[in-house]
Design a binder for this molecule. Structure first.
Ligand code: PRP
Length: 215
């Protein structure tokens, strides 16, 4: 039997996914030891697990360097890779939103050359150009996006909102919702054919655990 390789998005998603894998009988004790190692193996279960920067997870899965990936829907949408999305883990629930100052509410879809700051240029482009049929100027940032309208870099932002406290503390409000987000299990297209039974069993077991944990 060959090794099945998992790529997990570093951070909270990875920690929670490791717990789920443990619950379905695929623990990876090696990972709990503090070290600089990047890849961990469970010899008995014939699985390998590695952690990657979230935006790289869809890339590893598309090329088959990982059979299975766990990563946020925001990253999946932004990277737009040729992979199967198989399961919503319901972890890290949040929303992709358009936000800005209250005064932008009436102008949002009317303003000519609206400036939109975001870490997610593909998602923002798709939303404004395709869904709203609006020509906008997308300004790519790499973090603290809420600053942009405050210092006059942009009219609005497209960003992730979880509790809403970052917006509130900076005097910004929600203007429109783009979509709901959460962690998803993605699978390589070839692996899905070659390792169909093993992968489907793992995903079914993960689904059961999520349902149990919801109770
Ligand atoms: C995310 C997001 C928002 C904030 C939303 O930022 O970009 O800024 O969290 O959470 P809240 O609604 O609960 O306040 P993150 O902490 O990942 O940092 P960064 O965007 O500055 O990199």
């Amino acid at each position: 039997m060959r090794y099945l390789t998992f790529a997990l998005a570093k951070g909270r998603i990875a920690d929670q996914t490791m717990e789920i894998l443990e619950q379905i009988g695929l623990p990876c004790h090696e990972m709990k030891e503090k070290s600089r190692k990047l890849i961990f193996t469970n010899e008995e279960a014939k699985i390998r697990i590695f952690l990657a920067k979230p935006s790289d997870v869809p890339t590893y899965v598309e090329y088959g360097a990982a059979d299975i990936g766990v990563v946020g829907k925001d990253t999946i949408m932004e990277e737009n890779r040729n992979i199967y999305e198989m399961l919503d883990l319901g972890l890290g629930k949040c929303r992709m939103m358009v936000a800005g100052f209250e005064e932008m509410r009436d102008k949002l879809y009317k303003k000519h050359d609206l400036r939109v700051a975001t870490k997610y240029p593909a998602i923002a482009t798709d939303f404004f150009y395709r869904q709203k049929n609006q020509t906008v100027e997308i300004i790519k940032l790499n973090g603290s996006v809420e600053l942009a309208p405050i210092v006059g870099l942009s009219d609005v932002i497209v960003d992730i909102v979880e509790t809403g406290s970052t917006l509130k503390e900076n005097g910004l409000v929600l203007l429109d919702e783009i979509c709901d987000l959460s962690a998803r299990v993605v699978v390589n297209r070839v692996s899905m054919k070659m390792e169909h039974e093993r992968i489907i069993e793992i995903i079914d077991n993960m689904r059961k655990i999520i349902k149990e944990n919801e109770k």
